[in-house]
Every structure is written in structure tokens, then in C-alpha cells.
Design a protein around this ligand. Structure first.
Ligand SMILES: *Cc1c(COP(=O)(O)O)cnc(C)c1O
Length: 401
């Protein structure tokens, strides 16, 4: 179908909550995406950190089609091998005790908030405070958008669920002042993504862990974006020498098939009884068969070393670009293959215009919070792909002076 006709149909029928780029995606191959007119794009957004193994990854496609021909869905009233396997792998990798599957990031965080509240309720009925960070992103359901420390996401949806307070990420003193025996949980992204790519500084997370222990509060880490190997470790928290009580995953966990998960300690798990939580689709055999491919591939040492190596190369090249354009780039942040480039207000082109100019030249990148170029590519990229994208970005920045 001609793309204008698709835009026209979409504009009449789809609920317009996204500002979409005017391309119709037809298919993908590895780190490349092709539109329906045959134009090729190198894809450094990866479906928003989802396509960790790239497009058309043969073992993933095979696992999905094999499973589809056996059973796609059966509900959680029965056992399936793919789900039992995926839960075992997540428990082993996380060194936590029990995994639950759902269908998205927001649902994983929603479940984490519910189980934390139930756990704290068992200690003290008023132990309900959940502290999250400004500039965080945790999802779009009412509870998770309330957890999201960006007021513009709250506007118009009041009354919001109660008991959420916010602190500045990386400010341990502010957190300490806010915590008490009434704190149920501290919920943070291990590396902030959507809010502008902010990794934790120094021993921030270690100190957060200590404060949680002191006040008997749970530490919930949202690794929906930074987990699944993106930071160079399967769980980003492994970089910082700590362990949460609850970790949430989604995005790349099944390489593109919708899935979410939260993983908890045995102590936390005990607060849920049959009937306290549930899901129809969550962890169905199709999604878990896909997740098993990611879980058999990404956590291998060789794969993770590749992420570290390409990530370091990427970061170095971005720093070279910053040296070349000191008036346009103020900071490079990130870890592994979640990298952010903060733009100064001296740029002639806005962040969105830079993204558009890159797209015209065949590179898909992303801009978040209006001024941070965010790179969350497939984890299988090579150094040559980094060069390809940065040559395009260089050309575009030339025009932003
Ligand atoms: C994307 C994201 C979510 C929400 O995931 P959905 O699948 O869109 O509901 C939550 N937390 C973080 C850190 C994310 O990046």
C-alpha cells in the first residue's frame, strides 16, 4: 500500500498519542530497518531498547515459529515448559528467588509496587510511602505514572494513587531526610533512561541499599530499559555491587515479543497469596519461548564482553565528537550500550531536528527530554555500525553550528 494511504488511514482511526515519523516500516535485518519504499536505515533505537538481538535473528524467529505451531497460549492455570525454564533462568541470573511474568514494563512495575505494599502492610499498616526519583520513568498506568517523577505525565489524570514522594536521583542526603519507618520502598531505575540517561554516581546505590536496610524498606530497581545486558552486565545492578529486593524487566527480555517480569526475594514473595495477583496472558508459552532465546544468548560472557567493548568504543567516539563540537555537546553519559549526548542550547537545530536530519540520511536515533540524544541500539552492533551512525551525526552537527 502507498504510504500516503497508510498515513491517511492511521490519522482517521488510530488514537493519536504519538508524534510519529513519516515512515512505514516494512521489515528489518540485523541492525537495519527497511521502509516500504525500500529505503534502508541503520537502527540505533532498536524499537526503544527492545530488539536486543536485532531484527530477523534466526534462533529467535525459529523459537517463536516452533512454539506457535505447538501452543501459543494456554493461561496460567496450567504449567508450560517455556515458562518454567524462563523463571529458572531469571532466578539463577538475578540471585533472587521468584519470578512472575506479565506483558509490559508498566505491568511489571505495577506488580512490584503491589507486592511491596503488601509486604510492608504485614509490618505496619501505615508503612506505605514509596519514594521514587525526579526525572524517572516507570510507565503509564495510574500507579506507575504516579511513580514517574515527571509532573507533566500526571497532569489531567488526578486523583492519583497516594503515598508517592520524590527525590533527586544521585542525592543521597535528600533521600535520607525523606526516609523513615513509614517508607515501604525506594524505587529507582538503576540507570535512568527516558529522563536523560543518568547512571548512578560513586556509591549512590550502595548507600541507597544501606538506607533501605536501616528503615526496613524494600529496594525496587527498574531495569526495564537498562537490564538484559545493555549495561554490559545482564542486570545493571551487578555493576554497582548491590542486590535489590525486587527487580523489574521488560523491553528486551523477549527480543520484541511483549513480556514483562518482576523478580523478588523469598521474603517478599511470601506476602503474595493465591489470588493476590494474576494475569491472563503474562508469561504465555510464546513469549517465554522468545525470552528463553534472549536468556540463553545475552548472559554469556562473550556476548556481554562484546557489549562492553562496543560500548566503550562508542563512548570514546562520542567524546571525540564532543571535542570537535564543544559548543554543541555539553556531556556524554551512560554505560555499555545505553548512551546519552547532552546538547547545549547553542545548537541551531533542536534535538528533534537533529533526529530528523539523521533519519533523512538513513540513521534512526532518538532524542529524549528535548535535549539528550539517546542511543539504545541492538546489543549485536559492531564498531563499524557505530562509525556509520556517527559519520551521519557528524554531518548533521556540522549544520547545527
Ligand atoms: C519503557 C519503560 C517502562 C514502561 O514500559 P512499557 O512496556 O512501555 O509499559 C518502565 N520503566 C522504564 C525504565 C522504561 O524504560
Amino acid at each position: 500500500m502507498h504510504k500516503e494511504k497508510i498515513f491517511d488511514e492511521d490519522s482517521k482511526n488510530y488514537l493519536p498519542v504519538f508524534n510519529r515519523y513519516k515512515i512505514v516500516v516494512d521489515h528489518g535485518e540485523g541492525v537495519y530497518t527497511f521502509d516500504n519504499e525500500g529505503k534502508k536505515y541503520i537502527d540505533f533505537l532498536a524499537g526503544i531498547a527492545v530488539n536486543v538481538l536485532g531484527h530477523n535473528y534466526k534462533p529467535l524467529v525459529d523459537a517463536i515459529s516452533n512454539q506457535a505451531s505447538k501452543v501459543i497460549h494456554i493461561s496460567n492455570l496450567y504449567y508450560t515448559q517455556p515458562q518454567a525454564d524462563a523463571a529458572m533462568k531469571l532466578v539463577e541470573l538475578s540471585r533472587l528467588d521468584r519470578a512472575f511474568f506479565c506483558n509490559s514494563g508498566a505491568e511489571a512495575n505495577e506488580g512490584a509496587i503491589k507486592i511491596a505494599r503488601k509486604f510492608a502492610h504485614g509490618i505496619d499498616k501505615n508503612k506505605s510511602q514509596i519514594i521514587t526519583a525526579w526525572d524517572s520513568f516507570h510507565g503509564r498506568t495510574l500507579a506507575t505514572l504516579t511513580a514517574t517523577g515527571q509532573p507533566h505525565y500526571h497532569e489531567g489524570f488526578e486523583p492519583l494513587p497516594q503515598g508517592f514522594d520524590y527525590v533527586h536521583y544521585n542525592d543521597i542526603d535528600e533521600l535520607e531526610k525523606m526516609m523513615s519507618d513509614k517508607t515501604c520502598a525506594v524505587m529507582l531505575e538503576t540507570i535512568q533512561g527516558e529522563g536523560g540517561v543518568y547512571p548512578p554516581k560513586n556509591d549512590y546505590l550502595k548507600k541507597v541499599r544501606e538506607l533501605c536496610d536501616k528503615f526496613n524498606a524494600l529496594l525496587i530497581l527498574d531495569e526495564i530499559q537498562a537490564g538484559m545486558g545493555r549495561s554490559g552486565k545482564f542486570f545493571a545492578y551487578e555493576n554497582y555491587g548491590i542486590k535489590p529486593d525486587i527487580v523489574t524487566l521488560a523491553k528486551g527480555l523477549a527480543g520484541g515479543v511483549p513480556i514483562g517480569a518482576f523478580i523478588v526475594t523469598e521474603e517478599v514473595a511470601k506476602s503474595f497469596k493465591p489470588g493476590d495477583h494474576g494475569t491472563t496472558f503474562g508469561g504465555n508459552p510464546l513469549a517465554c519461548a522468545a525470552a528463553n532465546v534472549v536468556l540463553d544468548t545475552v548472559p554469556n560472557e562473550k556476548f556481554l564482553n562484546h557489549v562492553v567493548e562496543v560500548g566503550n568504543y562508542f563512548e570514546e567516539k562520542l567524546k571525540e565528537l564532543q571535542k570537535k563540537y564543544p559548543s554543541l555537546i555539553s556531556e556524554i553519559r551512560g554505560k555499555g550500550l545505553i548512551l546519552g549526548v547532552e546538547l547545549t542550547d547553542k545548537n541551531k537545530l533542536s534535538g528533534v531536528e537533529i533526529v530528523n536530519e539523521c533519519m533523512k540520511r538513513g540513521a534512526i536515533i532518538n532524542c529524549t527530554v528535548g535535549k539528550v540524544l539517546r542511543f539504545i541500539p541492538p546489543l549485536i552492533i559492531e564498531k563499524s555500525h557505530v562509525d556509520e551512525v556517527l559519520n551521519i551525526l557528524d554531518e548533521v552537527l556540522q549544520r547545527s553550528i
